[in-house]
Design a protein around this ligand. Structure first.
Ligand SMILES: Nc1ncnc2c1ncn2[C@@H]1O[C@H](COP(=O)(O)OP(=O)(O)OP(=O)(O)O)[C@@H](O)[C@H]1O
Ligand SMILES: [Mg+2]
Length: 296
């Protein structure tokens, strides 16, 4: 369904996503995990066209969508939520979802000015759909609450509901469980599973390992922009590279602190890579523990 080939993204010479191959099959729930700064959100931004790919190729349902505009990619059926939920804060939950439903079906400018019969038909359909989505997402009881007054968990669920309103084929969720209490995690997990059961394919970024392991069939692990492991949760749990990446020592195995030869020459103050020297490791982090492009 989604196929990434050698996708690379440089930020000023630093490879935030580094030569990444990734395939998502229709009907899967795939987890995308990795330590902070591993390049997970950047990857979502590349898939959805928010950022331009430096090198590589992205295909969705056999169409090349590399560097296409975000609205076109959304029309193809790839929809994402954001790490920080973006809603209209003063709108009620219902109005937020109605606004999202207006993208599909669209109401034309003239239709809305002249209030044609088609306009009334579409408007009715949109309100019905918004109500369905609120029930589906468990937001009915808070439908009249302004988004800004919602508890954190509901706000995140509203973000997912807004994404669902766009009728995704592939839904990308960026840390949907972040900052939630136990009850909110359960509610959101149930919603994610329901979305999957309703034939939506899912790619999920999450730091909550327990939830990720129980939700996902397959997990892809990024570290310093590179894929360091991929497989079923049970296998990922035991993977030495993954464990080391989370302990902050992945470089022991494959050396994610890859610098180009040019950079090594031009930046002689890069600290020595000593496993025992915690300060050196911290300094390295601040300098950017990534591969740099040639000539940077
Ligand atoms: N717009 C940008 N400009 C420059 N550097 C960026 C930009 N966006 C991200 N980066 C850098 O790219 C790297 C990957 O960031 P990204 O946000 O993708 O990580 P992440 O895996 O989503 O981390 P987290 O788990 O903390 O959300 C980081 O070093 C980050 O500072
Ligand atoms: Mg992120």
């Amino acid at each position: 369904m989604l196929e990434l080939t050698s996708v690379t993204k440089y930020f000023g010479g630093l490879a935030a996503v580094d030569d990444l191959d990734l395939e998502i099959n229709k009907g899967e729930i795939v987890g995308l995990i990795g330590p902070n700064g591993a390049g997970k959100t950047t990857l979502f931004n590349l898939i959805t066209g928010v950022l331009r790919v430096t090198e590589g190729n992205i295909r969705f349902e056999d169409k090349n969508i590399t560097n296409k505009k975000p609205c076109l990619i959304a029309e193809h059926g790839i929809v994402r939520t954001f790490q920080e939920t973006s809603v209209f804060p003063d709108f009620s939950v219902m109005l937020n979802i109605i606004a999202a439903c207006h993208l599909n079906p669209r109401i034309g400018f003239l239709e809305s000015i002249f209030r044609t019969s088609k306009y009334h038909e579409k408007e009715e359909h949109i309100v019905e759909r918004a109500m369905e989505i609120m029930q589906f997402a468990g937001l009915w009881e808070v439908k009249d609450v302004p988004a800004k007054s919602l508890p954190h968990g509901y706000k995140k669920i509203l973000g997912i509901a807004i994404a669902l309103a766009a009728r995704p084929k592939l839904l990308l969720l960026d840390e949907p469980l972040c900052g939630m209490n136990a009850a909110e995690v359960v509610r959101t997990n149930t919603l994610i599973r329901k979305a999957w059961e309703s034939s939506i394919t899912l790619l999920l970024i999450e730091h909550n390992m327990k939830a990720t392991m129980s939700l996902c069939q397959r997990i892809v692990v990024l570290s310093f922009g590179m894929k360091i492991a991929e497989g079923p949760p049970q296998q990922i749990k035991k993977d030495r590279k993954v464990i080391q990446a989370y302990l902050g020592a992945a470089r022991k195995y494959e050396g994610p602190f890859r610098y180009s030869e040019e950079l090594k020459k031009s930046k002689e103050d890069i600290p020595a890579k000593s496993e025992d020297n915690e300060n050196a490791a911290t300094n390295e982090k601040h300098k950017g523990p990534f591969r740099y492009s040639r000539g940077y």
